[in-house]
Design a protein around this ligand. Structure first.
Ligand code: IMP
Length: 197
């Protein structure tokens, strides 16, 4: 089974990635010495590449990164690539969620469409880079609901889920529908067709 060093530092994401990859790939812990990688690219693919390259170089082994954005149509696609720092540098999940709720306070129910998009990328020491994308369409709810998940999960209701938010679903149900689950399953298919490196 292929071994991938995890290049994502967010433990909530890592837990989901490990669940989706279980039985298909071994996710090795992110080396502590890598330090923070500045995520200052213009798009999700660029940020995933920055993270995966940095960890691949440090570890001398194949590294897997995820970069995710929430695109809200009524906000012209924001927060998008800036989802992690929507409420400013150093903002946490609660701050970002509060800013989103404030920005959406006057948006009518029929206009609250949004999507999560994830780009996952594996960088190999020989310079090969393989990427895949996953998208899930949904709506931004009027109030946060549910205790599970993380980040914007309490206000994102996927269209395929009968009105439940990601935070109201179990981890397995979220992974089956989610941007990250879809991106990782697509990446596994790409990896299957690759020669051993
Ligand atoms: P990044 O991919 O590390 O730049 O993270 C973007 C931000 O989007 C995170 O800090 C979370 O707030 C949010 N986010 C990423 N993935 C998810 C998810 O699956 N559910 C809810 N929020 C998420």
């Amino acid at each position: 089974m292929i071994e991938l060093v995890c290049a994502s530092a967010n433990p909530d994401k890592v837990a989901e990635m490990a669940e989706v990859l279980a039985g298909h790939a071994v996710l090795l812990p992110r080396p502590e010495g890598v330090g923070d990688v500045a995520e200052d690219a213009d798009d999700l693919t660029g940020n995933a590449r920055l993270k995966a390259r940095a960890v691949c170089r440090f570890a001398g082994a194949a590294a897997l990164a995820d970069d995710t954005g929430l695109e809200v149509d009524a906000l012209g696609g924001a927060p998008g690539v800036h989802s992690a720092r929507y409420a400013g540098d150093g903002a946490g999940y609660a701050d970002n969620l509060a800013r989103l709720m404030a920005d959406m306070s006057n948006v009518a129910p029929g206009q609250r469409t949004a999507r999560f998009r994830s780009v996952v990328m594996v960088c190999f020491p020989d310079g090969t880079e393989l990427a895949a994308e996953g998208v899930v369409e949904g709506v931004i709810t009027v109030e946060p609901r549910g205790e599970g998940g993380f980040g914007y999960d309490p206000v994102f209701a996927p269209v395929e889920a009968d009105g439940q938010t990601f935070a109201e679903m179990g981890a397995e149900a979220k992974n089956a529908l989610s941007h990250r689950g879809r991106a990782l399953r697509a990446l596994l298919e790409i990896l299957k067709g690759q020669p051993p490196r």
